[in-house]
Design a protein around this ligand. Structure first.
Ligand SMILES: [Zn+2]
Length: 144
């Protein structure tokens, strides 16, 4: 990883990927298509990526400024939620999620609750961490 200062130019390079998914774009906040060549660089904050739409439209600095303004607005809206969200507990969510899974088996397979309960994995919705859909650790790359 190349370390940069805040004013040092960052060379965005064209890199191959064999993992075809939609990657987040640092510039616009959108995503790439499922392309084989990505425009990326690494800096101390992680991966900087420029999607093909931003490359096509150009005006990268203007697009970055627009995105920064959008994020600042979003930050203000999120701060207004601090202290106001009365969220269900994780245990309440786990129970509701498991009940939903059981009821799905009941509906789809026309099972009794007992039969459906037997089909749902005992650890559902929690399995091994690597099976969870999202990585919520704080040491991964920034979400752009
Ligand atoms: Zn973009």
């Amino acid at each position: 990883m190349t370390m940069t200062t805040t004013t040092e130019p960052i060379a965005i390079e064209l890199v191959r990927t064999s993992f075809f998914t939609r990657w987040p774009c640092t510039v616009c906040g959108g995503c790439t298509e499922k392309v084989g060549i990505l425009a990326e660089a690494q800096d101390e904050h992680g991966t900087i990526r420029v999607c093909e739409i931003c490359l096509e439209k150009g005006g990268i600095d203007e697009r970055l400024e627009e995105r920064a303004g959008d994020l600042e607005s979003q930050a203000g809206l999120i701060r207004k939620l601090i202290g106001r969200l009365k969220a269900p507990t994780f245990a309440e969510w786990m129970t509701a999620e498991r009940n939903h899974e059981v009821e799905s088996f009941m509906d789809i397979d026309d099972l009794s609750r007992e039969e459906a309960e037997a089909k749902v994995h005992p650890d559902y919705p929690r399995g091994p961490v690597e099976m969870l859909p999202c990585n919520h650790s704080s040491d991964t790359e920034l979400p752009f």
